[in-house]
Design a binder for this molecule. Structure first.
Ligand SMILES: Cc1cc2nc3c(=O)[nH]c(=O)nc-3n(C[C@H](O)[C@H](O)[C@H](O)COP(=O)(O)OP(=O)(O)OC[C@H]3O[C@@H](n4cnc5c(N)ncnc54)[C@H](O)[C@@H]3O)c2cc1C
Length: 381
């Protein structure tokens, strides 16, 4: 197996590395303090083509491979996890349902502006009473006046409430009361009558990511806002989530690489008992463990991405990559704070911000318990 990058992938990585080090890293601490989504940065990234990474050129994207997408996220995420989180949510769940299941008119109307980076994409699945149990959603779309009337609430929805957001693609029950459950995806645009949003929620990390509760009270949408089959929306969304899991694994790799690099630097220059703390075996072993686990997690993630690029099934591998890499990110961030001592605990230090950012990687796009369930099922248990 060889996951070495081709020329287009290497060019993309270099572009992301430069943008991340020059622009994102310089503005990340302020974005954290303001707890606002830095849409100025996302707009600039849109102009560079980064918001259309997995979308074909025909629809305004740059048609990058999944391997290239992972490598690009590794660069962005080392500079700022919130920006990388907004980017990955846009590229995967925010854009994929429209690309995979929309018709050409819908792609022209909504996918092209997303891929060209003019607007930000969001997907609404989670509800106050239905998270891991997706089939338990109660938001309903009922047939009315040649369209659909939507009622319900969504929560923890990323990218829907910024000044760059166009609205949301959401999942709703489409069965009539008493019928077997069916689900459909619908686009609801910002400003639609009856569509309101709560304030930006305050997480312990990803402070620059705009995450909100959304309410739909008698929101009428036309038939052409139904994306794909009115009964197959759940399967569509699960398909989009598979690539989302690879991208959460990529964010986890980036976080681990960032805290490893910072810890190595700090351990070499911080002296106690007359020696650099890097000379103590306790420190060396922590860093060696992180470096080893990072290599393993990276292989799993690139393998899942490569399977997707080659049209092979990758459900199990994406879940394994997400499980392994996110666990590692939480462990590595914790050890990095430990190596930095009191300094690592202070929010002025980047390592503390990465520590806060790490936990959500075990929760978003399917918790790690759900990844265990998927993997167990895939291995026949
Ligand atoms: C920052 C952030 C951004 C998000 N962005 C979006 C978004 O853009 N769009 C969107 O739709 N959602 C989004 N989410 C929601 C996210 O996908 C859910 O939080 C996640 O799927 C878990 O659902 P829940 O929070 O309802 O937890 P629950 O499902 O209530 O789970 C609670 C606990 O029970 C465990 N559990 C549940 N079922 C089982 C089981 N069968 N076996 C074992 N353990 C189980 C879980 O693993 C977890 O530990 C976001 C969440 C966060 C934190």
């Amino acid at each position: 197996m060889d996951f070495s990058l081709n020329e287009a992938e290497r060019d993309l990585v270099e572009l992301c590395r430069q943008f991340a080090t020059k622009e994102i890293a310089a503005r990340a601490p302020a974005a954290w303090e303001r707890a606002e989504c830095p849409t100025d940065l996302l707009r600039e990234m849109g102009q560079l083509g980064l918001l259309g990474m997995l979308i074909p050129e025909r629809w305004g994207g740059i048609e990058m491979s999944t391997v290239g997408f992972v490598a690009a996220l590794e660069q962005i995420g080392q500079a700022d996890q919130s920006v990388a989180a907004a980017l990955q949510a846009h590229v995967t769940i925010g854009s994929m349902p429209l690309f995979l299941f929309g018709n050409d008119a819908q792609r022209e109307r909504w996918l092209r502006p997303l891929a060209e980076g003019r607007v930000l994409g969001a997907f609404g699945l989670t509800e106050p009473d239905a998270g891991s149990d997706m089939r338990g959603i109660t938001t309903r779309a009922a047939r009315q006046d040649g369209g659909w009337l939507i009622n319900g609430r969504k929560t923890f929805i990323s990218n829907a409430g910024t000044d760059m957001s166009f609205g949301v693609t959401l999942l709703a029950r489409t069965d009539a009361p008493g019928e077997a459950a069916t689900y459909g995806s619908f686009v609801v645009e910002k400003g639609a009558d009856g569509f309101t949003m709560g304030p930006k929620m305050r997480g312990i990390g990803w402070r620059g990511l705009d995450t909100r509760e959304l309410s739909f009270d008698d929101v009428w949408v036309a038939d052409d806002q139904l994306v794909g089959d009115p009964a197959l929306g759940l399967g569509q969304f699960l398909g989009a989530l598979e690539v989302g899991r690879i991208s959460i694994a990529a964010l986890s790799l980036s976080l681990t690489q960032a805290v490893l690099d910072m810890s190595l630097d700090y351990a070499r220059q911080r002296h106690q008992f007359g020696k650099p703390i890097a000379s103590f075996q306790a420190t060396k072993f922590k860093l060696a463990d992180i470096a080893t686990e990072l290599e393993a997690a990276r292989w799993l993630t690139y393998r899942a991405a490569s399977l997707r690029d080659n049209g092979q099934p990758f459900l199990k591998e994406a879940s394994m990559a997400k499980l392994k890499a996110s666990r590692l990110a939480v462990m590595a961030a914790s050890e990095a704070v430990q190596i930095h001592g009191g300094l690592g605990y202070m929010l002025e230090s980047p390592v503390a911000r990465f520590y806060c950012d790490s936990k959500v990687l075990e929760i978003g796009e399917g918790t790690n318990e759900i990844q265990h369930i998927v993997i167990a099922r895939e291995i026949g248990c």
